[in-house]
Design a binder for this molecule. Structure first.
Ligand SMILES: Nc1ncnc2c1ncn2[C@@H]1O[C@H](COP(=O)(O)OP(=O)(O)OP(=O)(O)O)[C@@H](O)[C@H]1O
Length: 307
């Protein structure tokens, strides 16, 4: 694939120039044909099914396990939060779901295939949206398609995703003219454009103010549910987990392992906060999280301000 020089040296979500050909080759076999130009409806999305089996990981042989004996399943279209204190291995686990890091032991199986490489079908979003500041919102939103050799879809697909993230009116603006929250929405549009099956979010809203963060939490959950996407979010914010997740996996540290697997049985209405049901779920999860973190003998961050 030919790319501009600048593009080659900028990391875009889980796009890795070294692995570009490999990922694209794998995609060719597995991805349905691009949207036909005859006006037919785009294919309906279905979320990824994930099975993590006997996963353990050490970064260096001499050190102990960062993650140990991790087993869990994520159903298609489910929203999962990985909740744990700093350093317990949440990001490491997320990178493994994205195929960016290989576990020392065990495997990640997505839709029946053992994951060995990154793929445009599961896209990571980070705290920094990493946009090209000199490009327009629409150009940034189309990059995922460009990098996966689907430029012919940009004209139809980019307006659709900008509409989804509520940025249609900003299509021609330069990315650098946008607020932090709007820039995260562009990054979200860019991730959604190639129709991924799973979004992996590594604390993507933590740099935003509380109001913007809450709006994005609700919108991202709604978009994932509307599209049938599987969504995994790394967080150490109990309010965020209750607002967004169907299930919360609470991780314990040293070594990182799943201490609790908790369902959050709230309606979308209750997730917006302020209801008795939301407060009850928040208190329940906070108490479990505190107990798990206490067992690590480390302080839990106080996030009551984010209620
Ligand atoms: N590339 C690396 N090489 C060596 N050790 C690493 C590497 N990446 C992470 N670690 C270590 O692995 C452990 C888990 O890190 P990780 O970033 O996965 O935790 P986390 O729960 O996401 O933390 P945070 O919430 O602070 O981002 C930490 O002790 C960290 O120092």
């Amino acid at each position: 694939m030919s790319l501009d020089k600048t593009e080659r040296f900028v990391q875009f979500d889980n796009f890795n120039p070294e692995r570009e050909e490999m990922s694209v080759t794998r995609m060719k076999d597995q991805t349905p044909s691009p949207t036909p130009h005859n006006g037919a409806a785009p294919r309906v999305l279905s979320g990824a099914h994930v099975a993590v089996k006997g996963l353990s990981h050490s970064y260096r042989k001499a050190d102990g396990h960062v993650l140990e004996n991790i087993d869990f399943e994520i159903h298609q279209g489910e929203v999962i939060a990985l909740l744990g204190r700093s350093g317990c291995g949440k990001s490491t686990l997320l990178h493994m779901l994205a195929g960016l890091t290989h576990p020392s032991e065990g495997e990640v199986v997505i839709n029946g295939n053992v994951i060995e490489h990154p793929s445009p079908k599961w896209v990571m979003m980070f705290q920094a949206p990493s946009l090209y500041p000199w490009m327009s919102v629409a150009q940034n939103a189309g990059l995922g398609l460009k990098f996966t050799r689907r430029s012919h879809e940009i004209g139809k697909r980019v307006p659709e995703v900008l509409e989804l993230v509520d940025l249609a009116a900003f299509a021609t603006r330069n990315a650098q003219e946008l607020s932090g929250g709007q820039q995260q929405r562009v990054a979200l549009a860019r991730s959604l454009a190639p129709r991924p099956e799973m979004l992996l979010l590594d604390e993507p809203f933590s740099a935003l103010d509380a109001f913007t963060r809450r709006a994005l939490q609700q919108d991202v959950r709604k978009i994932a549910k509307d599209l049938g996407l599987t969504l995994v979010i790394v967080s150490h914010d109990v309010g965020e987990a209750v607002r967004m997740a169907d299930r919360v996996l609470v991780l314990q540290a040293n070594p990182g392992r799943i201490a609790e697997d908790i369902e959050i049985p709230l309606s979308d209405e209750d997730r917006s906060g302020g209801s008795e049901a939301f407060s009850r779920e928040h208190a329940r999860l906070m108490s479990i999280y505190s107990r798990v973190a206490d067992q690590d003998d480390a302080p839990v961050e106080n996030d009551f301000t984010q209620l």
